[in-house]
Ligand binder design. Sequence first.
Ligand SMILES: *[C@@H]1O[C@H](CO)[C@@H](O)[C@H](O)[C@H]1NC(C)=O
Ligand SMILES: *[C@@H]1O[C@H](CO)[C@@H](O)[C@H](O)[C@H]1NC(C)=O
Length: 257
Amino acid sequence: MNCAVLLVLTVWFGSQCGGNALSSSCPAPPSEWCSSMDTAIQCGVLKHCLLSNVTRSHQTENAVEVGLYYESLCPGCRLFLAEMLFPTWLLLNEIMSVSLVPYGNAKETPDGQKYVYECQHGEQECLGNMIETCLLNMTRMAFPIIFCMESSTDVIKSAQSCAALYSPQLNWDKVMGCVKGDVGNQLMHQNALMTEALNPPHNYVPWITINGAHTEDLQDKAMTSLFTLVCSMYKGTKPAACGGPQKTSYKTYCHNK
Ligand SMILES: *[C@@H]1O[C@H](CO)[C@@H](O)[C@H](O)[C@H]1NC(C)=O
Ligand SMILES: *[C@@H]1O[C@H](CO)[C@@H](O)[C@H](O)[C@H]1NC(C)=O
């Protein structure tokens, strides 16, 4: 995921002074640019792919883990995911990991080997939760896709085109197979178990955990400025985005003539 995000930024920077970011021989969509050395070279993004691969391998150890327990149609969840969590992650993905658990205030009832789910905002929400759960299981691009869905007018109707945008090689029929089948049902049960295991138990959503812990103070800080919270909780050397040492000077300008 880091790659694609970085690459989106690359395209943006590349276009700033009329530069040409994309070589015409680039054979792959942005989500695959870092998938191999060859593609990276053909698309003119090798340096960025190598860099982001390096940052990724540095990441895991002290990364601040942000957990979001939510449900797909809850307005507060959508707002937090789209306007706080995702933008923060774009800037700080080197030092934070995100874990999404779509379930929230749903209820499950065992029915033979399977479970029946009932959702706070009705059937459509159960469907949204299930699509997102399957995406999380099926593609590394799940977070951008879920961001795209949650920030669209219609979470469900946008799902397929959001997936096509960020993960063109993902087979939508397979996603729906998961959504309607036993795999999705079992994956949702895992979400139910994780949500029910929260300590303290959640009494609203979005419910946020930081490194697995939830306190009123952490929730409050996360809702106010997740960016500040993650920067302040990160134990390693602060990245440039947090005001740490900068690898490059950002002060370059395109002057008018
Ligand atoms: C980045 O890492 C992935 C997975 O480890 C690897 O397959 C890919 O070749 C790497 N890309 C580059 C450009 O080194
Ligand atoms: C997806 O779900 C399957 C079946 O439950 C599980 O074995 C697998 O580890 C999951 N993969 C990911 C990436 O979550």
